[in-house]
Ligand binder design. Structure first.
Ligand code: PGA
Length: 254
């Protein structure tokens, strides 16, 4: 059985107090109202991470994560944050290659492959993001784009290392736009990603990897998305900024 994982990526939102209030409220709702077994991950800005981690516990299936990391372990890299620092703050997950990092900070697949290594070297879980733009989908090259992102960012890993990775499929045209991929569109891509992994490694590795969907996931569409056989959770942006909507998305995962 694959792990089901719902992660809330706050991006550059919430000051410190607002962030702690959000986690406390959402954690209480999930504790009181959720009977399922999905792991829930809060992904605040770096400077909230230690305090957020102290509010939650892995025994309740609640975890924290970072939105990015350096690919270096330490040294003269002003403004950067290493995976060792992230781990020492109590986090378990790190988002790698979100489309906003790829687009605004010019992060390439080769660069991201080194970040994946940095995450795994600390025994943290990378959430490796991939996804096509609207233009790429309309010109029908989305499968090629995804294959390149997945193979260049991840396929240098051994089978054992690959099993530690979580993948998030986030079509760029669905992020923050209110336009969700249909369940059929998302399922098609998730099955394609799993087939790439099976081709490169084997069926056991492919079947063990959690593939999240991201892009305008809301309480209204979560249950239908989660009903698809290859959709193992969600990477949520906007709807993770309110405790009620985030907890309701978690509750949609049986
Ligand atoms: P959204 O963002 O849910 O606001 O579309 C998703 C993401 O960027 O991870």
């Amino acid at each position: 059985m694959r792990k089901k994982i719902i992660a809330g990526n706050w991006k550059m939102n919430k000051n410190f107090e607002e962030g702690l209030a959000l986690v406390s409220e959402a954690a209480n709702m999930i504790h009181d109202e959720y009977q399922g077994s999905a792991q829930v991950v809060f992904i605040p800005p770096f400077i909230h991470l230690n305090a957020v981690s102290k509010l939650i516990s892995a025994e309740s299936n609640l975890f924290s994560g970072a939105q990015n990391c350096s690919n270096h372990a330490s040294g003269a890299y002003t403004g950067e944050i290493s995976t060792g620092m992230i781990k020492s703050c109590g986090a378990s997950f790190v988002i790698i290659g979100h489309s906003e990092r790829r687009q605004y900070f010019n992060e390439t697949n080769d660069w991201l492959a080194r970040k994946v290594d940095a995450v795994l070297s600390e025994n943290l879980t990378p959430i490796y993001c991939c996804g096509e733009t609207l233009e790429e989908r309309e010109s029908n090259v989305h499968f090629d784009v995804l294959k390149k992102q997945i193979s260049e960012g991840l396929f240098h890993l051994s089978a054992e290392a690959m099993k530690q990775v979580v993948i998030a499929y986030e079509p760029v045209w669905a992020i923050g736009t209110g336009k969700t991929a249909s369940t059929a569109q998302a399922q098609e891509v998730h099955a394609f990603i799993r087939s790439l992994i099976e081709e490169k490694y084997n069926k056991e590795v492919a079947d063990s990897i959690t593939i999240q969907y991201g892009g305008s996931v809301k309480p209204e569409n979560a249950a239908e998305l989660f009903s698809a056989p290859d959709i193992d959770g969600a990477l949520v942006g906007g709807a993770a900024l309110q405790s009620r909507s985030f907890a309701d998305i978690v509750k949609a995962m049986k």
